[in-house]
Design a protein. Structure first.
Length: 317
């Protein structure tokens, strides 16, 4: 087999935290397999005469937080040059993100394996996708109407409100029925009744951590990273100051993965991170799931290599 050529579409590589960046872990794993690695900025994808092309820089990597990559001069390439394209662009999931998924669908037609599958990234909103698995979820509501959201809050009293397009714990509110700021919080999140917002019954087990569980082709990595909220916080996100503790999956965690995994596999979502608080599924992250490096370090795993082995198998078949 010829040397595999992998293009990685991601946020600025010069700004990553190599100790925590899962895209970096994936590129290191690809390099270990002697694949050719190309860095692609999302804004450099384009269509010419109905064919997708991109400017891309061949890179060499080093697991060194001071000097982690060397890039050659960018060259213009057709996407059929690549065997696989890794879509690792972070949210927000806006219309520019949607347009990139359209280009990646064309790239699939030109012969590249896109991870994760472009149409599935577009279809599987990370908050709404949980609604496909009601047996795994707490009481929830998605609406842009203040009265509906307030009725839900009055019924359950203690509720999490969050936008459908955020990441890293941004704009997540814990509200109670007697909150004096309730109206303004709802008005802000819904943009005065024009934007859908998710409400979920508050799960007290958040004090034990918001567990990130990684799945490769629908199969769960056997350990979760429990992200413990900082003192005075209700968000476990590491970006919001949470701390991370690894732990084996519980029986309930494994059951949730069994509920979700076959759908992920069928949709071509090869690398996914689900979030579980206590016994309940809260999010399904399909765009750029993280926590590879933390789990690898705590349990001696090599999750990114497992993913590259799967990709190699997909390419061979």
């Amino acid at each position: 087999m010829n040397t595999i050529k992998i293009g990685v579409i991601m946020d600025p590589i010069e700004n990553i935290n190599t100790k925590k960046d899962s895209s970096f872990a994936m590129m290191l794993a690809a390099q270990k397999k002697h694949w050719e690695i190309y860095y692609i900025r999302p804004q450099d994808l384009y269509i010419s005469d109905s064919k997708v092309r991109t400017s891309a820089s061949k890179i060499q990597l080093e697991d060194n937080p001071e000097n982690w990559y060397q890039a050659e001069q960018a060259v213009d390439l057709s996407v059929d040059f690549f065997d696989v394209l890794l879509m690792r662009l972070d949210p927000p999931f806006n219309m520019d993100y949607v347009y990139i998924t359209y280009l990646l669908e064309l790239a699939e037609q030109q012969g590249a394996l896109v991870v994760n599958k472009a149409a599935s990234i577009r279809d599987a909103n990370e908050k709404l996708f949980t609604s496909q698995f009601p047996q795994c979820c707490v009481a929830n509501l998605v609406s842009c109407h203040k009265n509906q959201l307030k009725a839900f809050i009055f019924k359950h009293n203690d509720v999490i409100l969050k936008p459908l397009d955020g990441m890293g714990g941004a704009s997540i509110f814990r509200v109670r029925a007697n909150d004096p700021n309730l109206n303004v919080i709802i008005e802000t999140l819904t943009d005065n009744g024009t934007k859908m917002t998710m409400a979920q019954q508050f799960i007290p087990a958040i004090t034990e951590g918001d567990k990130r569980i990684l799945l490769i082709d629908g199969e769960a990595v056997p350990y979760a990273l429990a992200r413990i909220p900082a003192k005075g916080e209700t968000r476990g996100n590491l970006a919001a100051g949470g701390s991370a503790i690894g732990q084996p999956l519980s029986e309930r965690d494994r059951w949730i993965c069994q509920q979700v995994g076959p759908t992920l596999k069928a949709r071509g979502l090869l690398f996914v991170g689900i979030d579980v608080i206590g016994d309940y599924l809260t999010e399904i992250n399909v765009t750029s799931p993280t926590c590879i490096r933390e789990l690898d370090a705590q349990f001696g795993l090599d999750i990114a290599t497992d993913l590259m082995n799967l990709i190699e198998t997909k390419l061979a078949s």
